[in-house]
Design a protein around this ligand. Structure first.
Ligand code: SF4
Ligand code: SF4
Length: 356
């Protein structure tokens, strides 16, 4: 069955105030937020952007969705999880600080910004998936427990998944650090010996005693390691790393299985918005002002995460006359994530585009 995807076109050089108006029109006409009920707690899943990044969806646009949710008398909050890679979004306090520097404050957005501390077990929930790769997904509890989810994604290229949109923002974005490691790699993290100072911080933090000091350097016992990723976060000398390529292209399907853990229990309780503005080759985790690889197209809305990502890909491909994401990342055909998501019942590759 075809799902409806609504599009508000944005022209190159549109000022932020006009983009806000177009987004407000899209929210109204698509009725994407009509699923919420009074007093429900609604999570807005965002990406607050790495330091110096400029591609993330700006707080003044997010405010449009928050205002509508407040009009509907719900209790919205903004959130994202901490990263696996090293950067300012790796720990909750620094992540929260960076979000505020990018303008995501209660004052500007009219909603609380909550970054859960995933070193605390009570902030993580395990959801049974029984997928091809993932048996139990480890996700941030606040997304799983929310009554509704509003997924606001910047549609752009991605080195691991070809492109990233609605599905990636949920699948990878709602996962705990341990969940992110499970998606990225099949093996334990490893120690970069020249960086290791033998301080033992990782040894004290490892929950299963998988790390020992050998000749003053940390050493991870792969047979014991449960892939919790704690050591990566606590090492003060950046001496523990992930083998990012070890998972190969399975990452797309793992990511979709993670998305299913959040989305399937919330059928009819989600809305998806993709911003096709400043479409870049790489994702917003990059600490730089990545250049555009496609013209600005607009903002999309749908209740179907597969349809909205497929429509986003088709619009970019049409505007550029070629698949710019496949050209940028030839080893990662992003269509794979969409086909697998459709197979798992997350949505449809068929859609009807409605311009507002
Ligand atoms: S915390 Fe880092 S520097 Fe300290 S022992 Fe572990 S790997 Fe080495
Ligand atoms: S990933 Fe977790 S279990 Fe594995 S070595 Fe690091 S802290 Fe220990």
């Amino acid at each position: 069955m075809k799902s409806k995807v609504f599009l508000a076109r944005v022209d190159e050089g549109d000022p932020p105030e006009l983009i806000r108006e177009k987004f407000a029109l899209l929210v109204r006409e698509s009725r994407a937020l009509d699923f919420v009920k009074e007093d429900e707690r609604v999570a807005l899943k965002l990406h607050f952007g790495e330091e110096a990044n400029t591609g993330y969806v700006k707080p003044e646009y997010v405010r449009v969705a928050v205002d509508e949710l407040l009009r509907k008398k719900t209790r919205p909050f903004l959130s994202d999880t901490n990263t696996l890679y090293r950067g300012r979004r790796m720990t909750a306090p620094e992540h929260q600080k960076l979000a505020a520097e990018h303008g995501f404050t209660q004052g500007a957005c009219a909603a609380q910004v909550i970054i859960p501390d995933d070193t605390q077990k009570e902030n993580i929930r395990e959801i049974e998936v029984n997928g091809k790769f993932i048996k139990a997904a480890k996700v941030a509890r606040l997304f799983a427990d929310a009554d509704g989810l509003v997924d606001i994604a910047h549609f752009k290229g991605h080195i691991m998944t070809g492109f990233g949109g609605a599905l990636k923002n949920v699948g990878m974005g709602c996962a705990s650090r341990e969940g992110k490691l499970a998606q990225h790699s099949d093996i334990s993290p490893f120690v970069i010996e020249q960086n290791c100072k033998g301080c033992s911080v990782c040894i004290e933090a490892c929950p299963v005693d998988a790390i020992t000091l050998i000749r003053e350097k940390a050493s991870i016992d792969n047979a014991r390691c449960i892939g919790c990723a704690t050591c990566i976060a606590v090492c003060p000398y950046m001496a523990i790393e992930v083998n990012w390529e070890a998972g190969g292209d399975k990452i797309q399907e793992k990511m979709v299985e993670y998305a299913s853990a959040i989305l399937l229990p919330k059928k009819n309780k989600c809305a998806f918005f993709n911003f096709l503005i400043k479409i870049t080759k790489e994702c917003d985790c990059l600490a730089k002002d990545d250049p555009r690889i496609a013209p600005d197209i607009g903002i999309l809305a749908s209740s179907d995460p597969v349809s909205i990502d497929k429509a986003s890909l088709d619009l970019v491909t049409r505007a550029c006359g070629k698949d710019v994401f496949l050209e940028a990342h030839p080893a990662r055909d992003g269509l794979k994530q969409l086909a697998y998501a459709a197979k798992l019942g997350l949505g449809s590759m068929e859609y009807e585009l409605v311009e507002v």
